[in-house]
Design a protein around this ligand. Structure first.
Ligand code: BGC
Ligand code: BGC
Length: 748
């Protein structure tokens, strides 16, 4: 689409009075058929579907990016909405959905501007829809409502993995949905249910964990939180195998044997689907030589027939056209659309330049019989069902005057709590931590010590992270420290200077790590701490003063010479309130409680690495699971003990664990429970996480925690190398393990 600048821009501030909103959505007074809010959703959907033309139906399956409606060219520039392009999108193409991809914002990017923009797009769509069908508007709010200036940014998902706190994940979902809804969108492309596998991959930080159960349970809780009000839809993404691309390069092929798919990859997505996620996004990549978007097996046989998913499957960015242009499954866009839709894609997410030919191609596919009318009706029914469920026919607009009040700086306490719970203390030799707030001079240095962009990471304001020159509020780590110890904190940017000043200081806090990035540009073939940062740590340590190394990064980085740090805190990408959390942990106002949700490799290149690695015949360290820090590692300022475990039951296994805080500080103890299988005909991983909890224990307190898990959590794919059998639980002896205690469980 190339449209010239003779287009007139329409103002963003479309004035809408709330009382008039419901009427303008459905037209005048006759509330019959699909317009009757009291009719059942299936009845409304079938009534509406009967009235729709093929063009209107295909329009519903079309999701252009908002940039195709902005600026003079309606390509990429952003800017004010452009009436000519709105007309093309909604009058000619009859689009049923719109998205803001990463960084696709209104010009001022305040919550109110968002609400005005989304309302204006909605109003245009409704006014020009013959049947007054509202659009559903999607956005990537993956760590809070991250595109919006002044909205609170939560830690990225890998940090939430480190909290082992599903209640927190749910609360964050609720908070995010409030912010998203207040600014107009009703659809969030979150959570990511891909399993962490390879630290080289640029989206590692968007995953919760390498463990299928931990990732699945945190994502399921997040879905429940996001959808609690019924006004926002969550998205399980990216189905499946996206996180295991070739050599960690984004969107390259992945090769996953059937057993690995069934036992390791599918469970996390299934947990989020079972939690009621209303939508799911397909993986942009290919699995075993088939693009996920072309896989009828994945998108229909597994998702629909085995799991009973009833929601909408949306493509990833341009991935219908990719079947033609990248994968060459067809030599035409129409052919690609037929393959995707027949595999099970209900809606195509479309960047500029790829919208028109998708629409005309899919219409042609139906006319030529390549795509059946019933398949179109099925997809459109799902999309309309989503819109009815979200209440969009009755309430298509939001009250823009409320948006700033709701979304600006909301739930900062929750963000501090999330970042605090995610802090993962990996080393504290000699217990130099926590630091005393009564210290004299504390040098604060390193590239991530005073940087909101670096602690917020990618998918913040811009797709790749906060663009240069843009200020988004937050508390940096230095500011957090300064808030506790005032001018005793000395921020020193220059490395040489920092080393010099440390000689006369009581301690140095050096904040190292990565810069923001997203997707392919964030891939890293050698994910290790930069040489100059290793040297800075070494030089600081050579002063003999206590040196606290804080890592702000989206993945475990091989530490090189910095691995001998005596104090090491993994802060992940802690978000806008991260500085408060990190400072509270360093100075003992909070007791660290995070535990690694992933394995930390000793050297870059030792990938993929995960604790469920199967045993083999070479017992040498390089052939075994040999991390620098194992899955589940995390220290505290107090000490904990597990004093006993019991396990019993049939279809539900009940586990009780006696735990104690044996130290002198209050704290939260994360209690993972693993299953081991001493003998198994299918090789069993040494440990499998089956349950976990987080419990607050006062100094000296002991208690018994009760957990349970369905026996099906132990199921594995039976049979030989071809892995074509179904999953079931192998009878026999299991050990249920917590800490250094275990209980026997016999499965009959
Ligand atoms: C990403 C998705 C995201 C979409 C929209 C794609 O490039 O893979 O995760 O939801 O863009 O921004
Ligand atoms: C968009 C993102 C999208 C990416 C895909 C960017 O231009 O803003 O949302 O994920 O392209 O490559």
């Amino acid at each position: 689409m190339r449209l010239r600048s003779r287009a007139t821009h329409i103002g963003l501030a479309v004035t809408l009075t709330l009382s008039g909103l419901a009427l303008s959505a459905t037209g005048a007074s006759a509330q019959s058929g699909y317009q009757d809010p009291h009719a059942s959703i299936p009845a409304r959907v079938s009534d509406l579907l009967k009235r729709m033309t093929l063009e209107e139906k295909v329009g519903q399956m079309t999701q252009p990016a908002v940039v195709t409606m902005q600026g003079d060219e309606c390509q990429w520039s952003g800017g004010a909405l452009n009436e000519t392009c709105l007309k093309h999108t909604f009058v000619d193409l009859k689009a049923g959905s719109v998205l803001s991809g990463g960084g696709e914002t209104p010009p001022q990017n305040t919550p109110k501007d968002w609400a005005d923009m989304v309302n204006a797009v909605q109003k245009y769509a409704l006014d020009h829809s013959r049947l007054h069908i509202p659009i559903v508007y999607g956005v990537d709010a993956v760590h809070g409502h991250n595109n919006v200036l002044g909205a609170t940014k939560f830690p990225h998902q890998v940090g939430i993995g480190a909290t082992w706190d599903s209640q927190l994940s749910e609360a964050m979902g609720e908070s995010t949905s409030r912010a998203v809804k207040a600014t107009g969108p009703q659809w969030d492309f979150a959570p990511v249910e891909d399993i962490s596998r390879d630290t080289r991959w640029g989206r590692y930080y968007e995953t919760y964990s390498e463990d299928p159960y931990l990732a699945g349970s945190l994502g399921a809780a997040n879905v429940q939180g996001l959808q609690k009000t019924g006004q926002v839809a969550a998205t399980v993404k990216h189905f499946i195998g996206y996180s295991a691309p070739f050599a960690g390069h984004d969107r390259t092929e992945s090769h996953l044997d059937p057993r690995y798919i069934q036992d390791t990859f599918l469970p996390s997505y299934k947990a989020a689907v079972d939690a009621g996620a209303l939508t799911l996004m397909a993986n942009s990549g290919s699995v075993n030589g088939i693009p996920a978007h072309a896989s009828h097996y994945l998108l229909t046989d597994v998702l629909r027939r085995q799991w009973g998913f009833k929601g909408v499957v949306v493509s990833d960015w341009n991935d219908v056209q990719s079947l033609q242009t990248a994968y060459h499954l067809s030599d035409t866009y129409a052919g690609a659309a037929a393959i995707a839709v027949n595999a099970g894609v209900d809606m195509a997410m479309l960047p500029p330049g790829s919208v028109d030919d998708y629409v005309s191609g899919l219409i042609a596919d139906v006319k030529s019989g390549k795509v059946s009318k019933s398949r179109i009706d099925e997809a459109v029914s799902r999309i309309l069902t989503l819109k009815f469920k979200l209440g969009l026919f009755e309430h298509p607009y939001v009250d823009a005057s409320q948006a700033n009040g709701i979304a600006l700086g909301a739930d900062k306490d929750l963000a501090v709590r999330a970042a605090t719970e995610s802090q993962t203390l990996l080393k504290n030799d000699g217990n130099a931590l926590p630091l005393s707030t009564g210290l004299g001079k504390v040098v604060v240095t390193g590239p991530n010590a005073d940087s909101i962009p670096n602690q917020d990471g990618g998918w913040t304001i811009g797709w790749q992270g906060i663009p240069d020159g843009v200020n988004d509020p937050g508390v940096t780590i230095y500011q957090g420290i300064k808030n506790l110890i005032g001018d005793h904190a000395k921020l020193v940017a220059d490395s040489g200077d920092a080393v010099g000043q440390t000689k006369s200081a009581d301690a140095a806090i050096v904040v190292v790590g990565e810069k923001p990035g997203a997707e392919g540009t964030s891939d890293n073939e050698t994910p290790e701490l930069a040489a100059d940062q290793q040297k800075l740590v070494d030089d600081l340590q050579a002063t003999g003063k206590p040196v606290i190394v804080v890592v702000v990064a989206g993945r475990p980085l091989a530490l090189g010479s910095a691995a001998d740090a005596k104090q090491l805190l993994m802060s992940w990408l802690p978000g806008s309130e991260g500085g408060t959390a990190v400072a509270n942990v360093l100075f003992g106002k909070a007791n660290p409680s995070g535990r690694l949700p992933v394995s930390w490799p000793k050297v870059a290149g030792d990938e993929p690495m995960f604790y469920q690695q199967l045993p083999g015949t070479n017992s040498g360290p390089s052939s075994s699971y040999d991390p620098l820090f194992a899955f589940g590692t995390g220290l505290s300022y107090t000490s904990y003990a597990v004093n006993g475990v019991t396990a019993s039951g049939g279809s539900t296994v009940k586990v009780s664990v006696k735990v104690a805080n044996t130290g002198s500080r209050d704290g939260d103890m994360v209690v993972p429970v693993f299953a081991q299988q001493p003998v198994s005909r299918i090789i069993a991983p040494p440990n499998r996480l089956v349950a976990y909890t987080r419990v607050s224990l006062r100094a000296g307190q002991s208690t018994t925690v009760s957990l349970s898990f369905p026996i099906s959590r132990l199921a594995v794919t039976q049979g030989d190398i071809n892995g074509s059998s179904t999953r079931s639980v192998i009878p026999g002896l299991y050990k249920i393990v917590a800490g250094d205690k275990s209980a026997d469980l016999t499965v009959h």
